[in-house]
Design a protein around this ligand. Structure first.
Ligand code: NQM
Length: 353
């Protein structure tokens, strides 16, 4: 067996394995085989450390940055549950929340006394995010008073400041060139502000948008309709054939009911998220703030160039502060996450099959 040093962390409302790139094979195909053996190849991931769900089947590969103004490069790898393959097309803002602590714990960044800013180059999208990690006495602090929905208890805050994330994967904020498109007779808004997402009015798909994730996951008719729209929208968003990709994500939207600005139920892309992805939420909020989008008349978006927008989801809400320029581009997205170190040590993977 090959012994691979690793850490397991909860990053935001996801959980994943974190590796130094230097501890994995350099060759990408071999690296992905090691990752599949580490996380698990079967639907239950019984022969690996994954949890059998997209949110617990994730990996961060971290290395010193190739860019002069960043500290580390972070590659996100989604292990596609039960399909024995990985997808590196999307980014993940939840796993990102643990990257700062991981970089400091592994000596890639020197901790300051107080707060350490770790400048991350997000390799999947080529965008940047600065993470403010709590480091009193130059040690990473995981415990604290910050709470995020989808995670029990409280932990130390990690402030994530994303820069210029429009068109992260598709090349443009509105990748179809339109604020609204129609697929299978359903009006949608296709957007990419950190994550390619398709917004659809829940009522147009014969659901309320307030159902639990379990109820929506049990609705096979709905899931088939969403997948048909996804395949057409993906091609129109310059993502090609998305049959085997985990983007675009699919968000059902409805009027807010719990003090937020818009209510969401997001498929990632075939399982309904029990909360919402970080960058998924940023994309939903950005779309909802643009004139003519499919959420007009549904979302209640605050005025001004700097807006704090709360996206309701099945287990609470997700708030972020978006700074818009005069062309309605988001120049900055600031949000709160937490992270926790769960385990560190060596993970064993077979060498010969
Ligand atoms: O959108 C789920 C998650 C994510 C991704 C997903 C994420 C993001 O909750 O930035 O965080 O959309 O697959 O971790």
């Amino acid at each position: 067996m090959l012994a691979v040093p690793y850490m397991q962390m909860r990053g935001g409302s996801s959980k994943g394995l974190y590796f130094l790139a230097s501890n994995l094979p350099r060759n990408e195909a071999l690296r992905d085989q090691v990752i599949l053996d580490a996380v698990g190849r079967d639907p239950r991931q019984i022969d690996g450390l994954g949890g059998g769900h997209p949110l617990t089947s994730k990996v961060a590969v971290v290395s010193p940055s190739s860019l002069p103004d960043c500290d580390v490069d972070y590659l996100f790898v989604q292990v596609v549950v039960g399909e024995n393959r990985v997808d590196t097309s999307p980014n993940c803002g939840n796993i990102l929340a643990g990257v700062g602590a991981f970089a400091i714990e592994n000596g890639l960044v020197d901790a300051q006394d107080g707060i350490t800013t770790v400048r991350v180059n997000m390799v999947n999208s080529g965008n940047r995010c600065d993470l403010d990690v709590q480091t009193p006495n130059q040690k990473v602090q995981y415990e604290g008073d910050a709470a995020i929905d989808g995670v029990p208890g409280t932990a130390a805050p990690v402030i994530c400041n994303y820069k210029d994330i429009a068109g992260s994967i598709t090349g443009s904020l509105l990748p179809t060139g339109n604020i609204k498109d129609t697929f299978d007779g359903v009006e949608v808004t296709c957007i990419d502000n950190g994550m390619p997402v398709v917004l659809m009015r829940a009522s147009d798909l014969d659901v309320s948008g307030y159902e639990s994730a379990d109820e929506l996951n049990a609705n096979e008719t709905l899931k088939a309709k969403i997948e048909s729209i996804r395949l057409q929208a993906g091609a129109a968003m310059n993502l090609g054939d998305v049959t085997d990709k985990v983007v675009p994500k699919m968000s059902l939207i409805a009027p807010p009911v719990d003090g937020g600005h818009i209510c969401s139920r997001t498929f990632i892309p075939r399982v309904c998220h029990t909360a919402i992805g970080v960058l998924g939420a940023v994309s939903v909020a950005t779309a909802a703030a643009m004139p003519g989008n499919v959420a007009e008349g549904i979302a209640e978006i605050p005025e001004g160039n700097v807006k704090t927008i709360s996206v309701e989801h099945p287990s609470g809400e997700f708030s972020m502060t978006l700074t818009f320029d005069d062309q309605n581009n988001v120049t900055k997205a600031g949000l709160l996450r937490t992270a926790r170190l769960l385990a560190r040590g060596e993970l064993f993977v077979p060498i010969n099959k």
